[in-house]
Design a protein around this ligand. Structure first.
Ligand SMILES: [Zn+2]
Length: 320
């Protein structure tokens, strides 16, 4: 069976996996990233890929795909801007192509994950598909008639930064007010809980140290009926539904799959958003977009990056 190396490059670690063409992972190699200097990150990427390549016969590997945060020029693999690494204009593709014999493809991590979920996850069998990853931020991607949409400069699918509360929302990492990401990511859920704390003076929900405060604790408390948590969860899912309805108005996909850490809430989350999304869906026929939980979970990034290598690029038009 043909194989590809899929690399999930994140702010804190890099993971290279050997992925088979049926989407299964044969092996994985990880390194922590403590230093974001370009040469240090490059070395970690090369070492994890070398370790993955050592697991298999070289000839069976059709390519190497790397999913990285940031805005990336798909043909050259130039990272134009990555806030996670504080990088501008880093020629990652050019550097890595000098090191490996196999074709190297670089794409935005959320776009790669979309391609992976479309090919091997919930999107299998659909033609018009959206993935939304809800973690500390919100990322995503759009598949239209079987092709990933990149837009004019690879920015299509940046759902996290459309504003849903520009006058009364939380300040986003990007500097704008009330971005979808600021309101409806995991960080957004915690901010919703903080924002209404004064209304629940006896609540112990936020008593934990800031670093230990997680979204899971708030969600579980909401499921158990804690009034502070229920109110925060309602505000959070209300904002999530607003963004989902907007995506339906822009793209009207057959399916939106919700991935990322926060999607572990499963039905508790889906039940909260589906009715509200219907209420907010006006011109597009209601119920024509299914909202589901994504399937690939933590491996979506690596499998997605390998999918890009199997397909010869995020879109064949931009193949290297
Ligand atoms: Zn933003």
């Amino acid at each position: 069976m043909q194989k590809a190396i899929g690399v999930d490059l994140g702010g804190t670690h890099v993971m290279a996996a050997v992925v088979q063409e049926d989407g299964s992972i044969l092996s994985r190699h990880e390194q922590d990233l403590n230093d974001h200097a370009v040469d240090k990150v490059m070395l970690a990427i090369e070492q994890t890929i070398d370790a993955a390549l050592a697991d298999v016969k070289e000839k069976s590997v059709v390519g190497i795909g790397i999913g990285s945060p940031g805005n990336i020029e798909p043909r050259s693999g130039m990272i134009l801007y990555s806030p996670n690494f504080q990088w501008t204009n880093v020629p990652l593709g050019e550097k890595l192509r000098g090191h490996f014999d196999q074709p190297v493809f670089i794409g935005n991590d959320a776009r790669c994950a979309t391609l992976g979920e479309y090919t091997y996850g919930m999107g299998k069998g659909t033609k018009n598909f959206v993935l939304l990853t809800i973690g500390t931020g919100i990322g995503g991607g759009i598949v239209s008639e079987g092709s990933l949409l990149l837009g004019n400069s690879a920015g299509a699918g940046e759902f996290g930064h459309h504003q849903i509360r520009p006058t009364d929302g939380f300040i986003c990492n990007c500097g704008k007010v009330g971005c979808f990401e600021a309101q409806a990511s995991g960080t957004g859920l915690i901010r919703h809980a903080m924002a209404i704390q004064a209304s629940f003076p006896r609540s112990a929900l936020l008593d934990k140290e800031r670093e230990k405060l997680g979204t899971k604790a708030i969600r579980k408390a909401a499921q158990a009926g804690n009034p502070h948590a229920v109110a925060a969860w309602n505000n959070f899912t209300h904002d999530l539904a607003t963004g989902l309805a907007n995506i339906i108005a822009f793209v009207n996909p057959e399916m939106i799959a919700l991935g990322g850490g926060v999607s572990s809430a499963q039905d508790f989350m889906l039940d909260a958003v589906r009715n509200r999304v219907d209420e907010l869906t006006t011109m597009v026929p209601r119920g024509t977009t299914k909202i589901v939980i994504a399937k690939l979970l933590n491996d979506a990034g690596a499998i997605g990056a390998a999918t890009m290598a199997f397909r010869g690029g995020l879109t064949t038009v931009h193949a290297a």
